[in-house]
Design a protein around this ligand. Structure first.
Ligand SMILES: NC(=O)c1ccc[n+]([C@@H]2O[C@H](COP(=O)([O-])OP(=O)(O)OC[C@H]3O[C@@H](n4cnc5c(N)ncnc54)[C@H](O)[C@@H]3O)[C@@H](O)[C@H]2O)c1
Length: 383
């Protein structure tokens, strides 16, 4: 794509600061959008891993003012070329080897969206190169690697944001704020579930191998565990549960659980009940993600930001209370904009290296409980 096209799109975005993107952006991005800063002041970003998630992020960031995609890396030429089409206006340089990409000068921030077993080595390499890093979840697949990423991140000049984007969702933010302000009384019990029929249809070979993905609980449920940690302001102290592999996996040598149920204890009067599977009927009313927090005075649907007061009368018709979302827009886009905002201001992201570690720790704790079929404590996991 011609350079003049690229500049005109960026100029368009800057001179249309009243657009939805500009209104939603954090202050620094907004400043960039409103100024007529030269393209050289843009945050130059790269991406390692341009598959499903990488593509979703590129689509979210391609029109963010003040950012330019200068480099893309993937070992799969087809995925790389398809991704380069998405940001063709930016004319990114293409790489097969991420280490070569990190030698490239025109790079301030790097998104990493590769299979989970590669996260640790890539996050550390990006941070050690002095760049900002947006790393996909789960942060790593074992405690030692989690600690290593935290250690490197703390001594790096770049900021680190983890890809648990629920923290940037307008409704979830309004709901958690209401909980922390006491609007449902004391949060006591989280009832959550994730069931679907589409994940098993993926063709990603790495996803179905525990040593590459960490299993369903680590690869996927970190989103929900992050929400529990956020609500209860801490991590689970013990876990117990049962799971198994019932459908489809064996013939292809897949070694994940396709269903499990897990209980988490976050301390006195703070409990979680979670069920997760890939085997639900397509049209079943549970074929989705649900997350409700039951408090001493009300229940809140965290994903819908709706409060249901506890009245003590069985047939009470009290209306539910719908909260105003804190932000409007898709959480993917909001997470990316917030990342750029933090890069510019050197601010710690909401979804940061500690929240990434803690969500993964709860997933590893749950996995250990499911593997051993006994109550496992966080102390035991960390020992
Ligand atoms: N935050 C979210 O909601 C969300 C959603 C989906 C996936 N994810 C996460 O994103 C990551 C990627 O998942 P996906 O679904 O996009 O998988 P994917 O298989 O579609 O994409 C992974 C890409 O990484 C590339 N890759 C593999 N090894 C590489 C290497 N050494 N160097 C460069 N590229 C390499 C692959 O060729 C592929 O294009 C996973 O960690 C997953 O858990 C997050």
């Amino acid at each position: 794509m011609a350079v003049s096209n690229r500049i005109s799109r960026r100029q368009f975005l800057r001179t249309n600061a009243g657009s939805a993107a500009a209104v939603l952006a954090g202050p620094a991005v907004l400043r960039a959008a409103q100024s007529n800063q030269p393209a050289g002041d843009d945050i130059c970003c790269g991406m390692i891993g341009t598959g499903g998630r990488g593509t979703a992020i590129l689509n979210a960031l391609k029109n963010v003012p003040g950012a330019r995609v200068t480099a893309l890396c993937d070992i799969d030429a087809k995925n790389l070329n398809q991704a380069s089409e998405i940001v063709a206006d930016d004319n990114p340089k293409l790489f097969k080897d991420y280490r070569k990409m990190l030698d490239f000068k025109d790079l301030d921030a790097v998104f990493v969206a590769t299979p989970c077993h590669l996260h640790k080595v890539m996050f550390v390499a990006v941070l050690k190169s002095g760049r900002h890093c947006y790393g996909e979840k789960p942060m790593a697949l074992n405690v030692a690697d989690l600690n290593e990423i935290v250690r490197v991140s703390k001594s790096s000049k770049g900021i680190f944001q983890i890809g648990t984007q629920l923290r940037y969702d307008g409704k979830a933010r309004a709901a958690v704020r209401a909980i922390h302000e006491g609007k449902i009384g004391k949060p006591i019990f989280i009832r959550m579930s994730r069931h679907n029929d589409w994940d098993m249809a993926h063709d990603r070979k790495w996803l179905f191998k525990r040593k590459f993905s960490g299993d369903t609980i680590v690869e996927q449920a970190v989103h929900e565990f992050d929400a529990c940690n956020w609500v209860f302001k801490g991590v689970a102290v013990r876990a117990a549960g049962f799971g198994g592999q019932a459908v489809l996996f064996e013939p292809e040598g897949r070694d994940l659980m396709d269903h499990y149920t897990l209980s988490l204890d976050y301390g006195k009067n703070k409990k979680v009940s979670y069920s997760h599977s890939w085997i639900s009927g397509s049209k079943a009313p549970i074929n989705n993600i649900q997350l409700a927090v039951l408090g001493s005075e009300a229940t809140i649907d965290l994903l819908q930001a709706t409060i249901y007061p506890r009245t003590g009368r069985r047939f009470d018709k009290t209306e539910s209370i719908k909260l105003e979302p804190e932000l409007k827009g898709h959480r993917n886009r909001l997470a990316v904009e917030a990342f750029f905002d933090c890069c510019r201001q050197g601010k710690k992201p909401l979804a940061n290296v500690e929240t990434g570690r803690d969500a993964t720790l709860v997933a590893l704790l749950g996995r250990m409980a499911l593997d051993t079929e006994r109550v496992v404590t966080m102390k035991e996991l960390l020992a």
